[in-house]
Write a protein that binds this ligand. Structure first.
Ligand code: KIV
Length: 270
């Protein structure tokens, strides 16, 4: 398979993603509605309905107040727009505190939406959660490193793996989560050399965000990478578009044309 292969129309499954390790980088992006999911779907392998929507689209200070119902609502919309990419449901804070609670809530996700996997944040301490979900037909992406749902416990967002102890713990976490059945790992906010080492240490694909270039794939939050979320820009975000600026330019032109009565013109009238 070529490293620059253009996306095929074939449905991406958990198996496809697993088989991409070592062959071709996995492209993942977030989406929260049908319109944008439909635009992204042909170009990416995975779509994450991330709880980051709580910050970028609901203007909350963190992800902690996202609810299961809110995530279900957005995932149903994404399912209407995306039919090819693998859709991953981000389990919100407080919905997978125990294996039993995780299974009950993730079962609801699978019954009510087209999601094909769920994502949970946590290290080895979440192995039981990952195991019960995986054993019950619910594929899991395990999210380690900087975990946004732990922002209050950590006292902020901090790049992980800067000390030897922390790096060793993260490698242990990765191995424990793989052992528990996770089919992929999401590595967020960690030093690049550690993310590369974790990637080499596990057989499952790693998807990085703020974790350097040595992972098996990358994910970005769409409103960050296309310049719609302007409140702040972490170092790892590359802006591929200045979306908010483009919208403002278009909007100003529209406003001007309405004010000076040049819109609608004959071409746009019946
Ligand atoms: O919620 C989200 O969008 C995420 C990404 C930061 C990976 O978890």
């Amino acid at each position: 398979m070529s490293m620059q292969s253009s996306p095929s129309g074939k449905k991406v499954t958990v198996r496809t993603v697993r088989e991409m390790k070592g062959r071709e980088p996995v492209v993942m992006i977030t989406a929260y509605d049908a319109l944008f999911a439909g635009i992204f779907d042909p170009e990416v392998e995975m779509i994450l309905v991330g709880d980051s929507l709580n910050m970028s689209f609901y203007a909350e200070p963190d992800t902690l107040s996202a609810t299961l119902d809110q995530m279900l609502y957005h995932t149903k919309a994404v399912c209407k727009g995306a039919h090819r990419a693998l859709i991953v449901f981000d389990m919100p804070f407080g919905t997978y505190a125990t294996p039993e609670q995780a299974l009950e809530n993730a079962t609801r996700v699978f019954r009510e939406t087209c999601a094909e996997a769920v994502k949970v944040e946590g290290g080895a301490e979440k192995a039981d959660v990952v195991r019960i979900l995986s054993e019950n037909g619910i594929p899991v992406v395990a999210h380690i490193g900087l975990r946004p749902q732990s922002v209050r416990a950590e006292g902020g967002y901090r790049v992980q793996g800067r000390t030897e102890e922390e790096a060793a713990r993260l490698i242990e976490d990765a191995l424990a989560l793989q052992q528990a059945g996770a089919f992929a790992l999401l590595l967020e906010g960690m030093v690049s050399s550690l993310a590369s080492e974790i990637t080499r240490s596990v057989e499952i694909p790693t998807i990085g965000i703020g974790a350097g270039n040595g992972t098996d794939g990358q994910v970005l939050v769409w409103s960050d990478m296309f310049g719609f979320f302007e409140a702040f820009k972490p170092k790892f975000v590359k802006r591929y578009l200045e979306g908010a600026r483009l919208i403002r330019e278009g909007l100003r032109q529209y406003r001007e044309e309405v004010k000076n009565r040049t819109f609608p013109d004959a071409e746009h009238s019946y």
